[in-house]
Write a protein that binds this ligand. Structure first.
Ligand SMILES: Nc1ncnc2c1ncn2[C@@H]1O[C@H](COP(=O)(O)OP(=O)(O)OP(=O)(O)O)[C@@H](O)[C@H]1O
Ligand SMILES: [Mg+2]
Length: 233
């Protein structure tokens, strides 16, 4: 459903992306891997129209949305869990969730307060707490829940478990697997390659703004040197 072709982006005079190709089919989980500063967040920003690409194409279900504003991209079915989570600190958990809710395109919405609370019981317990009273893990659950409330067909997570304790990280992986089982496609950025390989279908490794390797989880496991070459610091 998402098709990125030859994406080029820059901040002012500094070119960052030199032709990224990336596709996510309906219901598929794809990872975007690469060391710090290689252009993962820039790719996400360029897809969502938060940064206007200098070249290449972003298509959703065949429709060209290159450089269209974020609300247009969201309306076509993409939901973003941004780097740094960016939840509203002075709104309650429940207010954060309903602030972005939108009915799905056809029929009753799949993701509602109830179904998000079923996925994250902790958010229900904390529903009257303010955003700034939450732990890092709870904030990430809220950021994921908030993206789901837009009833997207593809959820994009920039740093799914960055800075979270191992147990909380496991909870996030379990939830992402449940979101996949619910039929959503996922594009996920994270450094925990082994955890990602358990539930992702395909992986795209970027190095200095170019795709350095891509393949399935089986291929990634069979090629351990990929991790040494492109992912370890
Ligand atoms: N707003 C900006 N202005 C100028 N340069 C930027 C800006 N944001 C990022 N960069 C530069 O662009 C390059 C790619 O950054 P990007 O944030 O896309 O990397 P990343 O792969 O997401 O890294 P990380 O794993 O640290 O999140 C880096 O060299 C970074 O310094
Ligand atoms: Mg980043």
């Amino acid at each position: 459903m998402l098709d990125v072709e030859g994406l080029e982006s820059a901040y002012g005079d500094s070119r960052i992306l030199f032709g990224i190709d990336l596709a996510v089919a309906a219901g598929e989980v794809v990872t975007l891997l690469g060391r710090n500063g290689m252009g993962k967040t820039t790719t996400v920003k360029s897809i969502f129209g938060l940064l206007k690409p200098r070249g290449g194409r972003v298509r959703i279900d065949g429709e060209d949305v290159t450089g269209r504003p974020p609300h247009v991209v969201a309306k076509r079915g993409l939901g973003l869990v941004p780097e740094g989570r960016q939840i509203f600190p002075t709104l309650s958990v429940e207010e954060n969730l309903v602030a972005t809710c939108r009915a799905s395109r056809a029929g009753a919405p799949k993701w509602t307060l109830d179904s998000v609370y079923r996925l994250f019981p902790r958010l229900k317990e904390r529903r009257r707490n303010m955003g700034n009273q939450l732990s890092g893990g709870e904030q990430q659950m809220l950021a994921i829940g908030r993206a789901l409330m837009t009833n997207p067909r593809l959820v994009v997570l920039d740093e799914a478990t960055e800075g979270l304790a191992p147990l909380i990280r496991e909870e996030i992986w379990t939830c992402l697997a449940a979101i996949k089982d619910a039929g959503e496609a996922i594009l996920v950025i994270d450094k925990n390659v082994d955890a990602l390989a358990r539930f992702a279908d395909r992986h795209v490794v970027i190095e200095k703004g170019r795709v350095a390797w891509s393949g399935t989880s089986d291929e990634l496991r069979a090629t351990p040197e990929i991790k040494d070459r492109f992912l370890h610091v």
